[in-house]
Ligand binder design. Structure first.
Ligand SMILES: Cc1cc2nc3c(=O)[nH]c(=O)nc-3n(C[C@H](O)[C@H](O)[C@H](O)COP(=O)(O)OP(=O)(O)OC[C@H]3O[C@@H](n4cnc5c(N)ncnc54)[C@H](O)[C@@H]3O)c2cc1C
Length: 450
Protein backbone atom coordinates (compact mmCIF):
# COMPACT_ATOMS: atom_id res chain seq x y z
CA UNK A 1 0.00 0.00 0.00
CA UNK A 2 1.20 3.51 -0.88
CA UNK A 3 2.62 5.46 2.06
CA UNK A 4 -0.14 7.60 3.57
CA UNK A 5 0.20 11.04 5.08
CA UNK A 6 -1.86 10.01 8.08
CA UNK A 7 -3.19 6.74 9.49
CA UNK A 8 -5.97 7.14 12.04
CA UNK A 9 -6.55 4.06 14.22
CA UNK A 10 -10.17 3.89 15.37
CA UNK A 11 -13.33 5.31 13.78
CA UNK A 12 -15.10 6.47 16.93
CA UNK A 13 -16.27 10.07 17.13
CA UNK A 14 -12.74 11.39 17.75
CA UNK A 15 -11.15 9.32 14.96
CA UNK A 16 -13.79 10.20 12.34
CA UNK A 17 -13.60 13.94 13.05
CA UNK A 18 -9.78 13.93 13.05
CA UNK A 19 -9.59 11.92 9.82
CA UNK A 20 -12.15 14.16 8.15
CA UNK A 21 -10.25 17.33 9.09
CA UNK A 22 -6.99 15.82 7.79
CA UNK A 23 -8.63 14.91 4.46
CA UNK A 24 -10.35 18.30 4.13
CA UNK A 25 -6.91 19.89 4.42
CA UNK A 26 -5.58 17.75 1.57
CA UNK A 27 -3.84 14.94 3.49
CA UNK A 28 -4.01 11.35 2.23
CA UNK A 29 -5.74 9.79 5.19
CA UNK A 30 -6.40 6.14 6.00
CA UNK A 31 -8.92 5.33 8.74
CA UNK A 32 -8.89 1.82 10.22
CA UNK A 33 -11.40 0.14 12.53
CA UNK A 34 -11.88 -3.39 13.71
CA UNK A 35 -15.66 -3.11 13.34
CA UNK A 36 -17.62 -3.81 10.16
CA UNK A 37 -18.66 -0.54 8.50
CA UNK A 38 -22.32 -0.77 9.55
CA UNK A 39 -21.36 -1.10 13.23
CA UNK A 40 -19.09 1.95 13.40
CA UNK A 41 -20.56 4.32 16.00
CA UNK A 42 -22.00 1.62 18.23
CA UNK A 43 -20.68 2.32 21.70
CA UNK A 44 -21.64 1.76 25.33
CA UNK A 45 -22.30 5.35 26.32
CA UNK A 46 -24.73 7.67 28.12
CA UNK A 47 -25.43 9.06 24.63
CA UNK A 48 -25.61 12.67 25.81
CA UNK A 49 -23.80 15.55 24.13
CA UNK A 50 -23.94 19.30 24.62
CA UNK A 51 -24.63 21.72 21.78
CA UNK A 52 -21.61 23.80 22.83
CA UNK A 53 -19.19 21.28 21.27
CA UNK A 54 -20.80 21.65 17.86
CA UNK A 55 -20.77 25.43 18.16
CA UNK A 56 -17.05 25.31 19.03
CA UNK A 57 -16.07 23.02 16.14
CA UNK A 58 -18.48 23.86 13.32
CA UNK A 59 -19.44 20.17 13.06
CA UNK A 60 -23.07 19.79 12.02
CA UNK A 61 -25.41 19.34 14.95
CA UNK A 62 -27.30 16.03 15.26
CA UNK A 63 -30.54 15.98 13.30
CA UNK A 64 -33.44 13.70 12.31
CA UNK A 65 -32.89 10.07 13.28
CA UNK A 66 -29.67 10.90 15.15
CA UNK A 67 -31.65 12.64 17.90
CA UNK A 68 -33.23 10.54 20.64
CA UNK A 69 -34.19 13.49 22.90
CA UNK A 70 -33.56 17.18 23.25
CA UNK A 71 -32.03 17.87 26.69
CA UNK A 72 -32.31 21.27 28.34
CA UNK A 73 -31.89 20.65 32.03
CA UNK A 74 -30.59 18.35 34.74
CA UNK A 75 -31.58 17.40 38.26
CA UNK A 76 -28.63 16.48 40.45
CA UNK A 77 -29.62 14.42 43.51
CA UNK A 78 -27.65 13.99 46.76
CA UNK A 79 -27.64 10.56 48.45
CA UNK A 80 -30.88 11.14 50.41
CA UNK A 81 -32.64 12.14 47.15
CA UNK A 82 -33.88 15.37 48.75
CA UNK A 83 -33.09 19.02 47.90
CA UNK A 84 -31.88 18.20 44.40
CA UNK A 85 -30.11 20.88 42.36
CA UNK A 86 -32.19 21.85 39.38
CA UNK A 87 -29.99 23.02 36.53
CA UNK A 88 -32.12 24.96 34.06
CA UNK A 89 -31.65 27.66 31.44
CA UNK A 90 -27.89 27.17 31.11
CA UNK A 91 -27.31 27.22 27.39
CA UNK A 92 -23.93 25.48 27.66
CA UNK A 93 -25.71 22.47 29.12
CA UNK A 94 -28.34 22.19 26.39
CA UNK A 95 -27.94 19.37 23.94
CA UNK A 96 -29.27 15.98 23.02
CA UNK A 97 -29.20 12.31 23.71
CA UNK A 98 -28.28 10.74 20.41
CA UNK A 99 -28.78 7.44 18.65
CA UNK A 100 -25.12 6.51 18.95
CA UNK A 101 -25.05 4.32 15.83
CA UNK A 102 -26.81 6.86 13.58
CA UNK A 103 -24.58 9.67 14.92
CA UNK A 104 -21.41 7.61 14.43
CA UNK A 105 -22.43 6.53 10.92
CA UNK A 106 -22.95 10.17 9.96
CA UNK A 107 -19.49 11.16 11.25
CA UNK A 108 -17.96 8.26 9.30
CA UNK A 109 -19.82 9.14 6.10
CA UNK A 110 -18.74 12.78 6.42
CA UNK A 111 -15.12 11.63 6.73
CA UNK A 112 -15.40 9.35 3.68
CA UNK A 113 -17.05 12.15 1.70
CA UNK A 114 -14.13 14.45 2.57
CA UNK A 115 -11.76 11.91 0.97
CA UNK A 116 -10.80 9.59 3.83
CA UNK A 117 -10.07 6.00 2.79
CA UNK A 118 -11.82 3.77 5.31
CA UNK A 119 -10.95 0.11 5.93
CA UNK A 120 -13.34 -1.83 8.21
CA UNK A 121 -12.64 -5.20 9.92
CA UNK A 122 -9.04 -4.23 10.59
CA UNK A 123 -7.44 -5.13 13.89
CA UNK A 124 -4.44 -2.87 14.47
CA UNK A 125 -1.88 -4.76 16.53
CA UNK A 126 0.97 -2.30 17.06
CA UNK A 127 2.93 0.64 15.68
CA UNK A 128 6.00 0.15 13.51
CA UNK A 129 9.07 2.14 14.53
CA UNK A 130 12.42 3.32 13.28
CA UNK A 131 14.27 4.19 16.48
CA UNK A 132 11.67 6.04 18.49
CA UNK A 133 9.88 7.50 15.44
CA UNK A 134 6.51 5.87 14.68
CA UNK A 135 6.42 5.04 10.98
CA UNK A 136 3.15 3.14 10.53
CA UNK A 137 1.06 0.32 11.92
CA UNK A 138 0.95 -3.41 11.72
CA UNK A 139 -2.54 -4.86 11.27
CA UNK A 140 -4.58 -7.97 10.56
CA UNK A 141 -7.58 -8.02 8.25
CA UNK A 142 -10.25 -9.85 10.26
CA UNK A 143 -12.06 -11.00 7.08
CA UNK A 144 -9.06 -12.42 5.18
CA UNK A 145 -6.71 -13.00 8.18
CA UNK A 146 -3.98 -11.34 6.09
CA UNK A 147 -1.33 -9.37 7.99
CA UNK A 148 -0.10 -6.06 6.60
CA UNK A 149 2.15 -3.16 7.47
CA UNK A 150 0.94 0.28 6.40
CA UNK A 151 3.34 3.22 6.44
CA UNK A 152 2.51 6.85 7.13
CA UNK A 153 4.11 10.14 8.08
CA UNK A 154 1.88 10.39 11.14
CA UNK A 155 -0.07 7.77 13.10
CA UNK A 156 -3.02 8.98 15.15
CA UNK A 157 -4.20 6.75 17.97
CA UNK A 158 -7.98 7.22 18.24
CA UNK A 159 -8.63 3.69 19.46
CA UNK A 160 -10.49 4.81 22.57
CA UNK A 161 -9.85 3.44 26.04
CA UNK A 162 -7.81 0.55 24.54
CA UNK A 163 -5.16 3.04 23.30
CA UNK A 164 -3.59 0.28 21.20
CA UNK A 165 -0.75 2.42 19.87
CA UNK A 166 -0.03 4.47 23.00
CA UNK A 167 0.19 1.34 25.13
CA UNK A 168 2.93 -0.08 22.90
CA UNK A 169 5.24 2.94 23.00
CA UNK A 170 8.08 3.60 25.39
CA UNK A 171 9.02 7.24 25.65
CA UNK A 172 9.37 9.68 28.53
CA UNK A 173 6.81 11.87 26.72
CA UNK A 174 4.14 9.18 26.64
CA UNK A 175 2.06 8.14 29.64
CA UNK A 176 1.25 4.46 29.48
CA UNK A 177 -0.12 3.46 32.84
CA UNK A 178 -3.28 5.17 33.96
CA UNK A 179 -4.10 4.82 37.64
CA UNK A 180 -7.22 2.71 38.17
CA UNK A 181 -8.63 5.41 40.45
CA UNK A 182 -8.69 7.61 37.31
CA UNK A 183 -10.88 5.18 35.39
CA UNK A 184 -14.66 4.89 35.71
CA UNK A 185 -16.07 1.41 35.24
CA UNK A 186 -19.64 1.64 34.04
CA UNK A 187 -22.72 -0.39 33.32
CA UNK A 188 -25.69 1.00 31.45
CA UNK A 189 -29.04 -0.20 30.17
CA UNK A 190 -31.41 1.16 27.57
CA UNK A 191 -34.81 0.76 29.19
CA UNK A 192 -38.43 1.11 28.17
CA UNK A 193 -40.29 2.60 31.12
CA UNK A 194 -43.63 1.48 32.43
CA UNK A 195 -44.67 5.10 33.05
CA UNK A 196 -43.81 8.04 30.73
CA UNK A 197 -41.32 10.65 31.94
CA UNK A 198 -42.85 13.80 33.44
CA UNK A 199 -39.95 15.91 32.10
CA UNK A 200 -38.55 14.08 29.04
CA UNK A 201 -35.97 16.82 28.40
CA UNK A 202 -34.34 16.65 31.86
CA UNK A 203 -31.38 14.40 32.69
CA UNK A 204 -31.07 13.02 36.22
CA UNK A 205 -27.81 12.43 38.07
CA UNK A 206 -27.48 10.68 41.45
CA UNK A 207 -24.52 11.06 43.79
CA UNK A 208 -23.59 9.00 46.82
CA UNK A 209 -21.38 6.21 48.08
CA UNK A 210 -24.22 3.72 48.36
CA UNK A 211 -25.59 4.34 44.86
CA UNK A 212 -22.26 4.65 43.05
CA UNK A 213 -19.05 4.78 45.13
CA UNK A 214 -16.78 7.58 43.85
CA UNK A 215 -19.02 8.00 40.83
CA UNK A 216 -22.66 8.53 39.98
CA UNK A 217 -25.80 6.97 38.58
CA UNK A 218 -27.70 8.56 35.72
CA UNK A 219 -31.02 8.46 33.93
CA UNK A 220 -30.93 10.23 30.57
CA UNK A 221 -34.17 10.44 28.55
CA UNK A 222 -34.22 8.89 25.10
CA UNK A 223 -37.82 9.74 24.36
CA UNK A 224 -40.89 9.91 26.54
CA UNK A 225 -40.80 6.26 27.60
CA UNK A 226 -37.19 5.27 26.91
CA UNK A 227 -34.09 6.06 28.96
CA UNK A 228 -30.38 5.39 29.05
CA UNK A 229 -29.68 4.60 32.71
CA UNK A 230 -26.45 3.48 34.29
CA UNK A 231 -23.87 3.59 37.02
CA UNK A 232 -20.21 4.56 36.85
CA UNK A 233 -17.87 3.82 39.76
CA UNK A 234 -14.25 4.75 39.91
CA UNK A 235 -11.96 1.75 39.51
CA UNK A 236 -10.83 0.13 42.71
CA UNK A 237 -13.65 1.58 44.83
CA UNK A 238 -16.74 -0.13 46.11
CA UNK A 239 -17.37 -3.75 46.88
CA UNK A 240 -19.34 -4.81 43.83
CA UNK A 241 -19.36 -4.50 40.07
CA UNK A 242 -20.98 -1.49 38.36
CA UNK A 243 -23.70 -3.90 37.23
CA UNK A 244 -24.51 -4.95 40.80
CA UNK A 245 -24.75 -1.27 41.85
CA UNK A 246 -27.03 -0.64 38.88
CA UNK A 247 -29.29 -3.59 39.78
CA UNK A 248 -29.66 -2.19 43.31
CA UNK A 249 -30.38 1.30 41.97
CA UNK A 250 -32.91 -0.01 39.46
CA UNK A 251 -34.71 -1.99 42.15
CA UNK A 252 -34.94 1.04 44.46
CA UNK A 253 -35.81 3.94 42.15
CA UNK A 254 -39.56 3.95 41.40
CA UNK A 255 -39.25 5.43 37.90
CA UNK A 256 -37.37 2.30 36.82
CA UNK A 257 -39.75 -0.22 38.39
CA UNK A 258 -41.10 -2.78 35.88
CA UNK A 259 -39.08 -1.30 33.02
CA UNK A 260 -38.01 -3.55 30.14
CA UNK A 261 -34.34 -3.85 29.24
CA UNK A 262 -33.59 -3.35 25.54
CA UNK A 263 -29.82 -3.55 25.93
CA UNK A 264 -27.36 -3.78 28.82
CA UNK A 265 -23.56 -3.52 28.62
CA UNK A 266 -20.48 -2.40 30.52
CA UNK A 267 -17.69 -0.05 29.52
CA UNK A 268 -14.81 2.02 30.86
CA UNK A 269 -13.86 5.66 30.52
CA UNK A 270 -10.88 7.65 31.81
CA UNK A 271 -11.81 10.48 34.19
CA UNK A 272 -8.67 12.55 34.74
CA UNK A 273 -6.81 15.40 33.07
CA UNK A 274 -5.64 14.66 29.51
CA UNK A 275 -2.24 13.09 28.81
CA UNK A 276 0.65 15.41 29.72
CA UNK A 277 1.64 15.34 26.03
CA UNK A 278 -0.79 14.51 23.25
CA UNK A 279 2.08 13.82 20.83
CA UNK A 280 5.26 11.76 20.48
CA UNK A 281 7.61 11.26 17.54
CA UNK A 282 5.44 10.47 14.51
CA UNK A 283 2.39 9.92 16.67
CA UNK A 284 -0.53 11.82 18.24
CA UNK A 285 -3.43 10.80 20.49
CA UNK A 286 -7.04 11.90 20.41
CA UNK A 287 -10.28 11.11 22.26
CA UNK A 288 -10.30 8.55 25.08
CA UNK A 289 -6.84 7.38 23.95
CA UNK A 290 -5.65 10.89 24.98
CA UNK A 291 -7.79 10.92 28.16
CA UNK A 292 -9.82 13.79 26.72
CA UNK A 293 -12.89 13.30 28.89
CA UNK A 294 -14.77 15.49 31.37
CA UNK A 295 -13.65 14.08 34.76
CA UNK A 296 -16.88 14.89 36.61
CA UNK A 297 -19.37 13.29 34.27
CA UNK A 298 -17.25 11.13 31.94
CA UNK A 299 -18.50 12.93 28.81
CA UNK A 300 -15.85 12.48 26.14
CA UNK A 301 -17.55 12.86 22.76
CA UNK A 302 -17.27 16.67 22.84
CA UNK A 303 -13.77 16.79 24.31
CA UNK A 304 -12.54 14.40 21.61
CA UNK A 305 -14.12 16.08 18.60
CA UNK A 306 -12.79 19.47 19.73
CA UNK A 307 -9.31 17.94 19.80
CA UNK A 308 -9.78 16.20 16.44
CA UNK A 309 -10.37 19.46 14.60
CA UNK A 310 -7.18 20.98 16.05
CA UNK A 311 -5.15 17.84 15.42
CA UNK A 312 -6.13 17.75 11.74
CA UNK A 313 -4.83 21.30 11.34
CA UNK A 314 -1.60 20.61 13.23
CA UNK A 315 -1.00 17.46 11.16
CA UNK A 316 -1.35 19.49 7.96
CA UNK A 317 1.17 22.12 9.16
CA UNK A 318 3.68 19.54 10.44
CA UNK A 319 3.53 17.54 7.20
CA UNK A 320 4.01 20.73 5.16
CA UNK A 321 7.08 21.55 7.29
CA UNK A 322 8.23 17.91 7.09
CA UNK A 323 8.73 17.86 10.83
CA UNK A 324 6.87 14.95 12.35
CA UNK A 325 8.86 14.86 15.57
CA UNK A 326 7.12 15.53 18.88
CA UNK A 327 8.51 19.07 18.64
CA UNK A 328 7.05 19.49 15.16
CA UNK A 329 3.62 18.36 16.40
CA UNK A 330 3.79 20.32 19.66
CA UNK A 331 1.24 22.97 18.64
CA UNK A 332 -1.45 20.32 19.15
CA UNK A 333 -0.45 20.41 22.84
CA UNK A 334 -0.23 24.18 23.02
CA UNK A 335 -3.59 24.69 21.29
CA UNK A 336 -5.56 22.08 23.23
CA UNK A 337 -4.06 21.79 26.71
CA UNK A 338 -4.05 25.46 27.86
CA UNK A 339 -7.58 25.83 26.49
CA UNK A 340 -10.01 22.90 26.72
CA UNK A 341 -7.43 20.72 28.51
CA UNK A 342 -7.23 23.40 31.18
CA UNK A 343 -10.94 23.02 31.77
CA UNK A 344 -10.64 19.24 32.09
CA UNK A 345 -7.71 19.49 34.52
CA UNK A 346 -9.61 21.89 36.75
CA UNK A 347 -12.59 19.52 36.68
CA UNK A 348 -10.35 16.72 37.89
CA UNK A 349 -9.88 18.73 41.09
CA UNK A 350 -13.65 19.13 41.33
CA UNK A 351 -14.10 15.38 40.84
CA UNK A 352 -11.63 14.73 43.64
CA UNK A 353 -13.60 17.13 45.87
CA UNK A 354 -16.87 15.30 45.18
CA UNK A 355 -15.18 11.98 45.91
CA UNK A 356 -13.77 13.28 49.19
CA UNK A 357 -17.13 14.31 50.65
CA UNK A 358 -19.11 11.63 52.50
CA UNK A 359 -22.84 11.05 51.98
CA UNK A 360 -23.87 12.90 55.11
CA UNK A 361 -21.90 16.00 54.14
CA UNK A 362 -23.22 15.79 50.58
CA UNK A 363 -26.80 15.78 51.91
CA UNK A 364 -25.96 18.73 54.15
CA UNK A 365 -24.25 20.62 51.32
CA UNK A 366 -27.29 20.20 49.07
CA UNK A 367 -29.71 21.13 51.84
CA UNK A 368 -27.82 24.32 52.70
CA UNK A 369 -27.01 25.08 49.08
CA UNK A 370 -23.28 25.25 49.71
CA UNK A 371 -22.95 24.49 46.02
CA UNK A 372 -25.34 26.17 43.60
CA UNK A 373 -26.28 25.18 40.06
CA UNK A 374 -24.20 28.18 38.96
CA UNK A 375 -21.10 26.65 40.60
CA UNK A 376 -21.58 23.43 38.67
CA UNK A 377 -21.95 25.31 35.42
CA UNK A 378 -19.04 27.63 36.07
CA UNK A 379 -16.79 24.65 37.02
CA UNK A 380 -17.93 22.87 33.88
CA UNK A 381 -16.99 25.88 31.75
CA UNK A 382 -13.50 25.77 33.29
CA UNK A 383 -14.03 28.95 35.28
CA UNK A 384 -13.47 27.22 38.62
CA UNK A 385 -15.62 27.87 41.65
CA UNK A 386 -15.54 31.64 41.73
CA UNK A 387 -16.68 32.37 45.27
CA UNK A 388 -16.79 36.15 45.85
CA UNK A 389 -16.34 37.56 49.38
CA UNK A 390 -20.06 38.33 49.91
CA UNK A 391 -20.95 34.96 48.49
CA UNK A 392 -18.40 33.28 50.74
CA UNK A 393 -19.88 34.95 53.84
CA UNK A 394 -23.38 33.83 52.92
CA UNK A 395 -22.19 30.26 52.49
CA UNK A 396 -20.20 30.37 55.73
CA UNK A 397 -23.43 31.32 57.52
CA UNK A 398 -25.37 28.59 55.75
CA UNK A 399 -22.64 26.05 56.36
CA UNK A 400 -22.10 26.86 60.05
CA UNK A 401 -21.50 23.59 61.84
CA UNK A 402 -19.69 21.97 58.94
CA UNK A 403 -16.57 24.06 58.77
CA UNK A 404 -14.58 21.12 57.39
CA UNK A 405 -16.89 21.00 54.39
CA UNK A 406 -16.45 24.71 53.75
CA UNK A 407 -12.70 24.34 54.05
CA UNK A 408 -12.75 21.56 51.47
CA UNK A 409 -14.75 23.79 49.14
CA UNK A 410 -12.29 26.60 49.63
CA UNK A 411 -9.29 24.32 49.10
CA UNK A 412 -10.81 23.00 45.88
CA UNK A 413 -11.42 26.55 44.67
CA UNK A 414 -7.80 27.44 45.30
CA UNK A 415 -6.40 24.28 43.67
CA UNK A 416 -8.61 24.74 40.62
CA UNK A 417 -7.14 28.20 40.19
CA UNK A 418 -3.61 26.88 40.68
CA UNK A 419 -3.92 24.08 38.15
CA UNK A 420 -5.56 26.41 35.68
CA UNK A 421 -2.57 28.75 35.98
CA UNK A 422 -0.19 25.87 35.24
CA UNK A 423 -2.18 24.82 32.18
CA UNK A 424 -2.22 28.39 30.89
CA UNK A 425 1.58 28.29 31.09
CA UNK A 426 1.92 24.93 29.30
CA UNK A 427 5.49 24.69 27.92
CA UNK A 428 6.04 25.93 24.40
CA UNK A 429 8.29 22.96 23.55
CA UNK A 430 9.14 19.53 24.98
CA UNK A 431 12.13 20.81 26.99
CA UNK A 432 9.87 22.43 29.59
CA UNK A 433 7.61 19.41 30.08
CA UNK A 434 9.32 17.76 33.07
CA UNK A 435 9.21 20.88 35.24
CA UNK A 436 5.62 21.59 34.22
CA UNK A 437 4.59 18.03 34.99
CA UNK A 438 6.18 18.21 38.45
CA UNK A 439 4.13 21.33 39.24
CA UNK A 440 0.92 19.69 38.05
CA UNK A 441 1.56 16.47 39.99
CA UNK A 442 2.18 18.49 43.17
CA UNK A 443 -1.25 20.09 42.79
CA UNK A 444 -2.92 16.76 42.06
CA UNK A 445 -1.25 15.23 45.13
CA UNK A 446 -2.57 18.10 47.19
CA UNK A 447 -6.09 17.52 45.88
CA UNK A 448 -6.92 15.00 48.56
CA UNK A 449 -10.13 15.88 50.33
CA UNK A 450 -10.63 12.86 52.62
C1 LIG B 1 -20.97 3.91 30.10
C2 LIG B 1 -20.42 5.14 29.46
C3 LIG B 1 -21.21 6.28 29.38
C4 LIG B 1 -20.74 7.42 28.73
N1 LIG B 1 -21.58 8.48 28.58
C5 LIG B 1 -21.19 9.53 27.84
C6 LIG B 1 -22.10 10.58 27.53
O1 LIG B 1 -23.27 10.55 27.90
N2 LIG B 1 -21.65 11.62 26.78
C7 LIG B 1 -20.35 11.68 26.34
O2 LIG B 1 -19.98 12.66 25.70
N3 LIG B 1 -19.49 10.68 26.59
C8 LIG B 1 -19.87 9.61 27.31
N4 LIG B 1 -19.00 8.58 27.53
C9 LIG B 1 -17.64 8.66 27.00
C10 LIG B 1 -17.64 8.54 25.50
O3 LIG B 1 -18.38 7.40 25.11
C11 LIG B 1 -16.21 8.47 24.99
O4 LIG B 1 -15.46 9.49 25.58
C12 LIG B 1 -16.14 8.63 23.47
O5 LIG B 1 -16.98 7.73 22.83
C13 LIG B 1 -14.71 8.40 23.03
O6 LIG B 1 -14.64 8.45 21.63
P1 LIG B 1 -13.33 7.90 20.92
O7 LIG B 1 -13.53 8.14 19.47
O8 LIG B 1 -12.12 8.42 21.58
O9 LIG B 1 -13.31 6.33 21.25
P2 LIG B 1 -14.35 5.18 20.88
O10 LIG B 1 -15.69 5.71 20.63
O11 LIG B 1 -14.18 4.13 21.93
O12 LIG B 1 -13.81 4.63 19.47
C14 LIG B 1 -12.64 3.86 19.39
C15 LIG B 1 -12.70 3.08 18.08
O13 LIG B 1 -11.46 2.38 17.95
C16 LIG B 1 -11.71 1.08 17.48
N5 LIG B 1 -10.61 0.21 17.91
C17 LIG B 1 -10.26 -0.09 19.18
N6 LIG B 1 -9.19 -0.93 19.17
C18 LIG B 1 -8.87 -1.14 17.87
C19 LIG B 1 -7.86 -1.91 17.22
N7 LIG B 1 -6.96 -2.65 17.90
N8 LIG B 1 -7.82 -1.90 15.87
C20 LIG B 1 -8.73 -1.18 15.15
N9 LIG B 1 -9.69 -0.44 15.72
C21 LIG B 1 -9.76 -0.42 17.06
C22 LIG B 1 -13.04 0.70 18.12
O14 LIG B 1 -13.69 -0.31 17.37
C23 LIG B 1 -13.80 2.02 18.08
O15 LIG B 1 -14.59 2.16 16.94
C24 LIG B 1 -19.42 7.43 28.20
C25 LIG B 1 -18.61 6.30 28.30
C26 LIG B 1 -19.09 5.16 28.91
C27 LIG B 1 -18.22 3.92 29.00
Amino acid sequence: MKRQDVIVVGAGSAGCVTARRCAELGLHTLLLDRKPKNEVGQKVCGDEISKSHFEATGINIPSDNEISSVIDGADVYPPNLMNELKVRDWSDFDGWTVDRLAFGQRLLNEAIKAGVKFLPNIHVAEPTLIGDQVTGVHYRDLSTREETTAKSKLVIDASGFAAVIRNKLDSPLIEKNIDKSDVALCYREILTLKVPLAEPQVARVFLGGKIAPQGYAWIFPKGVKEVNAGVGITGGSGKGSPKSYFETFKASYPLLFKSTTIDGKGGAVPVRRPLKSLVGNGVAFVGDAALQVNPIHGGGIGAGIRAGVILGEVAREAIARRDLTAKGLWTYNTRYLPDFGNRLASLEIFRRLLQGVNDEDLDFGFEKRLLEAEDLMSANRGEGLSLGIADKMKRVRRGAGRISLLLKLQKATSLMKKISKEYTAYPSDPSGLDTWERHVLNIIEDANFE
